[in-house]
Design a protein around this ligand. Structure first.
Ligand code: DX5
Ligand code: ZN
Length: 218
């Protein structure tokens, strides 16, 4: 089964418990949590205390996307706070192999993300070490941006790279995924489709989520 991971970046953060409860009641498995530091990306969001607090109210898999510099300083903190998947950016991690081991030593799933301009080749030597590969389909920093069409080729290449690997690596895509383009994206071998504004911005959260889920699984 393919999954939609709603990104809470576009939710009403002052009403997060209610919004997350609605998502969880639909049977949603993954919750995407965007962490931004104002350095690696031009926006600031939340840190471990917020995740720790949310953890008490949800059993969903917390898919924590770290868009931060020096992620090695914070991995233990995010692990303790209740992250299940921790994804770091290749561009922010010169010692990527070491960071992946650090995530694994915390008994979390290790993800690596790449920005639109970063070649996939930069990951070919560590693909067998990771649990999840996240392809950014917008430049990270904000919700509600337009899907970068040329990333479709990269998604295909990523699926190929994973197929050749000895491990079962999840493929996730993030940014600009909405009700208009989801049916076209269904054909790719993607396990998790992140969607923020298309789930939370207009209309019923539940209907939006269900529509997106049916579009990739129907
Ligand atoms: C972008 C974030 C995304 C974002 C997706 O920097 O990593 O997860 O919240 O939001 P939409 O679906 O609105 O593009
Ligand atoms: Zn994200």
């Amino acid at each position: 089964m393919k999954h939609i991971a709603p990104s809470i970046l576009s939710s009403d953060l002052s009403n997060i418990y209610k919004q997350v409860s609605i998502i969880e009641e639909t049977g949603c498995k993954y919750l995407h949590i965007d962490v931004m530091d104002g350095h690696f990306v031009p926006n600031i969001t939340i840190g471990p205390p917020y995740i720790k607090s949310l953890r008490k109210y949800s059993n969903m898999v917390f898919d924590v996307h770290l868009m931060i510099e020096n992620p090695e300083k914070y991995i233990d903190g995010f692990s303790k706070a209740g992250a299940d998947i921790i994804t770091v950016h290749q561009e922010a991690s010169p010692h990527l192999h070491r960071i992946i081991q650090q995530i694994k030593n915390n008994n979390k799933m290790a993800g690596v993300s790449i920005n639109p301009a970063t070649p996939l080749d930069s990951l070919k030597n560590i693909i067998d070490e990771i649990d999840l590969l996240l392809i950014m389909t917008v430049n990270p920093g904000f919700g509600g941006q337009k899907f970068i069409k040329t990333m479709e080729k990269k998604i295909l290449e990523a699926a190929e790279l994973i197929k050749k690997s000895s491990k079962n690596v999840f493929l996730e895509i993030d940014g600009g995924i909405n009700k208009e383009n989801i049916k076209n994206l269904k054909k790719y071998d993607v396990d998790i489709y992140v969607s923020g504004s298309a789930v939370f911005n207009d209309g019923s959260i539940k209907d939006n989520y269900n529509y997106l889920m049916e579009s990739i699984n129907g």
